[in-house]
Design a protein around this ligand. Sequence first.
Ligand SMILES: Cc1ncc(COP(=O)(O)O)c(C=O)c1O
Length: 385
Amino acid sequence: MDFYNERTKDLQQGLIRAMFDKAAPLTGVISMGIGEPDMPTPAPVCQAGKEALDKGITHYTPNAGLVALRQAIAEQSSVKNVGYHPTEEIIVTNGGMGALSLLMAVILNPQDEVIIQDPQWLNYVAQVTYYGGVPVRVPTSGQQHFVMQPAEIEKRITPRTKAILINSPNNPTGFVVPQSVLEQIAEIAKKHDLLVITDEVYNTLLYSGEPYKSIAELPGMKERTVVINSFSKAYAMTGWRIGYAAGPASIIKRMTICQENFNSCANAPGQYAAIYALRHPELSEELRGVFADRRRVLLDGLRRIKGFSFEEPDGAFYVFPSIAAFGMSDLAFCERLLEEQRVVCIPGSAFGACGAGHIRMAYTVNEDLLRQALERIEKFCSSLG
Ligand SMILES: Cc1ncc(COP(=O)(O)O)c(C=O)c1O
C-alpha cells in the first residue's frame, strides 16, 4: 500500500542536508554551512519568554497572534513606515517559513507561476511546487550580484504568473536588491497585476550603513505586497519559531483561517519574547556588530587566498564566491574541502543552476573558528596547485 501524497514524493532533501550528512560522522569539523546565528538569544529576550511561562502563558493565543505583538510589529518593526493595521494586516506565524507556507497555501491554484531568482534558497521552490504552483526561475549572474534583472523577469511573465518573489538581503548570496531594481519590479507588478512577496528576514543584517527600504513602501505597492519577516536571524531566535507576514487584509484573513485549521498559532511565550525583542532593537544591532566583524575577517581572509573571486555582499551572513578558477565543480570542491580539511561550505548549485561554480560560506561561527577555517581553506586551495 502506498500511503503517500504524490506531492510529498517530489520534495527532495537537497544538497545542504547532504553536506551535513557527510559531515556528521567526522570529528573536528568547522561548519560554515549553517544558515542560523550561532550565538544565544539575548538573555533579556529569554527572560521575557521565561516570565511569560512563569505567569502561566502556556495556552493558545489568537490565531493571528497576540494583539500586543501585532501592534509592536506595526509600530516598531521594519515595516512601520508602510503603515499596517495591526489586527487586519498582520499575522504572527511559526517563523518566516510558517508565513511563507500559509501564503502559498492561500494564493496558489494549480499551475500558477511564481517568479523566483536562481540561485535562491530552495524552500520557496519546494513550497510553491507542493501547493501545485510552478516555480519560474530567473537566471542571474555574479556580474549583476545575482539580482534578477527586470527585463528577465518581464520576459517570463505569462497569463499564469501570480507573484514575483524577492529575497533581499539574499540567501545564498548576501546581496541586496538595489532601490532602482525594486522600483522597476514594482512597475512590472503593477503593469501585470501581480503580487509581490518580499522575504526580508535578513534585513537587520546590513553592513552598508544604508537603512533598509521595503518594496512595500513604494507608491501603490502596499496593496499588492506581502512582507515576510521573522525574529530568527535578527535576534538569534531560530528555535523560538516566531515570524510574521504583513499584507493586504484579505490575504492576511485567509492566512489566519488557514493557520486556525493547520496549526492554530505560534508559540505563546515566544510571542512575549518577540514583543520584548522589538522594543529593544539595540539587541539586534549588537548581533549585527558581531556579524560585521566576522564579515570583515572572512572577506579579508578570502582575498588573501588565490583563486576566489567575489564582490563584497551587503547583507545577511553569507559570502558567495566563485571557485571557477580551481577547475572543479562546486560540489567536488565542497566534498573535497570537507574530506581533506574538515570545513563545511555549501555548493552553489544547491540553490539552482546559476549557483554552479560558487560556494556559500556562512559566517555563523565565531572569529576564532572563522580564522581556523580560513587557514584550512588556504591549505586546501594551495594543495590544488
Ligand atoms: C531567505 C530565508 N527566508 C526565510 C527563512 C526562514 O526562517 P525562519 O522560518 O526561521 O523565520 C530562512 C531561513 O534560513 C531564509 O534563509
